[in-house]
Design a protein around this ligand. Structure first.
Ligand code: MEV
Length: 427
C-alpha cells in the first residue's frame, strides 16, 4: 500500500521523523522544526517522555494551572489542574473562594472496591459448573498468592470471586466476577495479572470451559466518593438577587439535568472539566475515569446528573456522588516530574484523599457553571478568558494585548469584535 511502512517501531526517533516529514509533509523543514521545538532541552527528561509510550516524536503540552483556596474537610488545598480550556481554572478558583467563605467542602469516600472479570463460555449443566467452581475456588486464591503477596501486606488483595450466570443475555456466557481492594494503587496491572492467573487455573480445572478474556472493569460503582457544600440560604444573597431566588433557580437547573439527558451530558461535561484536569495532573487515567463516571450517570437506565441540590430548613445543600478509581502510587505517579509536583502540592495524598479532592474539583466546577448559567450566562466570563486565545491566534504583541484587554473590559467579546479591534488598532 502507498505510504505504508514496516518495521517502523524499530526506527530511531530521527528515522521516524525523517520518514514522516518526507512521506506526509512534502519534506517541509517547518514541520520538522515544529516537532523539534517541542522537545525538552533536558535530554534525560526528553528520554523519559520518549519512553512513556511508543513512536514518540515530540511532546504535546497542556497548561498546568493551579486553583487555590480549596477548603476540604477543614484543610486548605491548592489544586493542580492540567487543562487547555479557558475559564475552567478560573471557575474552580472562584467556586473555591466562594465556599471557603461559607465553611468549605466536606467529602467522604463511601467505598473502594474495584472489579475484574473472567468472561467464559460453557455449554454443560449449570449445577456441574457450580461444582467445578466451588471445588476450584480455594485454588483460584492460592495460585494468585505470588501476585497478591505485596498488595496483601498493604491491606489489599482479592476480596471475593463469584460465579455469575449470564446465559439469559447470551447463550453459554458466564463470568468469574472478581472484587479487589487495591489501596493506594489504581491497580489495573495488579487486577489484570490476578485475572489472567485465575483464568489459567480455572480453565485447567475442566476442558468444558472456554475462556474468552480476562480484564478489569472500568465500571466501579462500588468505588464511590461523595462531596458536598452547604450554607444558609441567606448566605447566598447578593445585590443582584436574594439567596432564595438564587437557590431556587440553581435547584431548577440541577433538576433539569436530573431528568433531561441532553442537558445532563453537558452538565456532567462541566463536572468532568474539573475531574479530568486533576486526574490528569496527578498522573491518573482520565479515560478510565470518564468511562466509569458516565456509566454510573446512566445506571438508572436514563443518563442523569451526577450532582444534586436541595433546600431543607433554610439550608442550601449541593452535592456530588461519583465513582473514581484513582492511584497515588504506581503508574506515572512516580515517574512524571509534573505529576510528582502535583502530588507534592496536594501533600502526597492517599488514593482515598485524592478521590475526595477530585470529587470536590468536579462539584466546584459544576457550582461555578450553574452559578454563571443561571445568573449572568456563561459567555460573559468565558469570552473574556477566550479573548487571550484570540489575541494569541492573531499574534498580538504585549502592548496590543494590554490595550485590547482594557478595551474589552467595557465591550462585549465576540470573535469578530476582537478581530475588528485588532485591525483597528493596527490600522
Ligand atoms: C463548558 O466546558 C462546560 C459547561 O457547558 C458546563 C455546563 O453547561 O454546565 C459550561
Amino acid at each position: 500500500m502507498e505510504n505504508s511502512v514496516s518495521g517502523f517501531s524499530k526506527f530511531t526517533k530521527a528515522e521516524k521523523i525523517d520518514w514522516l516529514i518526507s512521506n506526509h509533509f512534502q519534506n517541509n523543514p517547518k514541520a520538522k522544526a515544529n516537532l523539534e521545538r517541542y522537545w525538552n532541552s533536558d535530554d534525560s527528561l526528553q528520554k523519559l517522555h520518549d519512553e512513556f509510550t511508543e513512536n514518540t516524536i515530540s511532546n504535546f503540552y497542556l497548561p498546568f494551572g493551579i486553583a487555590p483556596n480549596f477548603l476540604i474537610n477543614g484543610k486548605m488545598y491548592v489544586i493542580p489542574m492540567a487543562i487547555e480550556e479557558s475559564s475552567v481554572v478560573a471557575a474552580a478558583s472562584n467556586a473555591a473562594k466562594f465556599w471557603m467563605e461559607r465553611g468549605g467542602f466536606t467529602a467522604e469516600v463511601l467505598s473502594t472496591t474495584k472489579v475484574g472479570q473472567v468472561h467464559f463460555m460453557y455449554h454443560g449443566e449449570y449445577s456441574e459448573l457450580e461444582t467445578i467452581f466451588n471445588t476450584i475456588k480455594p485454588q483460584l486464591f492460592e495460585q494468585t498468592k505470588s501476585i497478591t503477596k505485596n498488595m496483601q501486606k498493604r491491606g489489599g488483595g482479592i476480596l471475593d470471586i463469584k460465579l455469575v450466570n449470564k446465559t439469559s443475555k447470551l447463550s453459554g456466557y458466564y463470568q468469574l466476577h472478581v472484587t479487589f481492594e487495591t489501596k493506594d494503587a489504581m491497580g489495573a496491572n495488579f487486577i489484570n495479572s490476578c485475572l489472567e492467573q485465575i483464568a489459567t487455573t480455572f480453565k485447567a480445572s475442566s476442558d468444558t470451559i472456554q475462556v474468552v478474556m480476562s480484564i478489569l472493569s472500568n465500571y466501579v460503582p462500588e468505588c464511590l466518593v461523595r462531596a458536598e457544600v452547604r450554607c444558609k440560604v441567606d448566605e447566598l444573597d447578593t445585590e443582584a438577587y436574594s439567596g432564595q431566588e438564587f437557590a431556587d433557580t440553581f435547584i431548577q437547573a440541577v433538576r433539569i439535568a436530573e431528568i433531561e439527558p441532553y442537558r445532563a451530558v453537558t452538565h456532567n461535561k462541566g463536572i468532568m472539566n474539573g475531574v479530568d484536569s486533576v486526574v490528569l495532573a496527578t498522573g491518573n487515567d482520565f479515560r478510565a475515569v470518564e468511562a466509569g463516571v458516565h456509566a454510573y450517570a446512566a445506571r438508572s437506565g436514563s443518563y442523569s446528573s451526577l450532582t444534586h441540590a436541595s433546600i431543607e430548613n433554610g439550608v442550601f445543600k449541593f452535592w456530588i456522588e461519583l465513582p473514581l478509581a484513582l492511584g497515588t502510587i504506581g503508574g506515572l505517579t512516580g515517574l512524571h516530574p509534573m505529576v510528582k509536583t502535583a502530588l507534592e502540592l496536594l501533600g502526597h495524598p492517599s488514593a482515598k484523599k485524592l478521590m475526595t479532592i477530585v470529587a470536590v474539583a468536579g462539584l466546584a466546577q459544576n457550582f461555578a457553571a450553574l452559578k454563571s448559567l443561571t445568573t449572568t450566562g456563561i459567555q460573559q466570563g468565558h469570552m473574556k478568558m477566550h479573548l487571550l486565545n484570540i489575541l494569541n491566534q492573531f499574534e498580538a504583541n504585549a502592548n496590543e494585548k494590554l490595550q485590547l484587554i482594557e478595551h474589552f473590559k467595557t465591550h462585549t467579546v465576540t470573535h469578530s469584535a476582537v478581530v475588528d479591534a485588532i485591525e483597528n488598532l493596527r490600522a
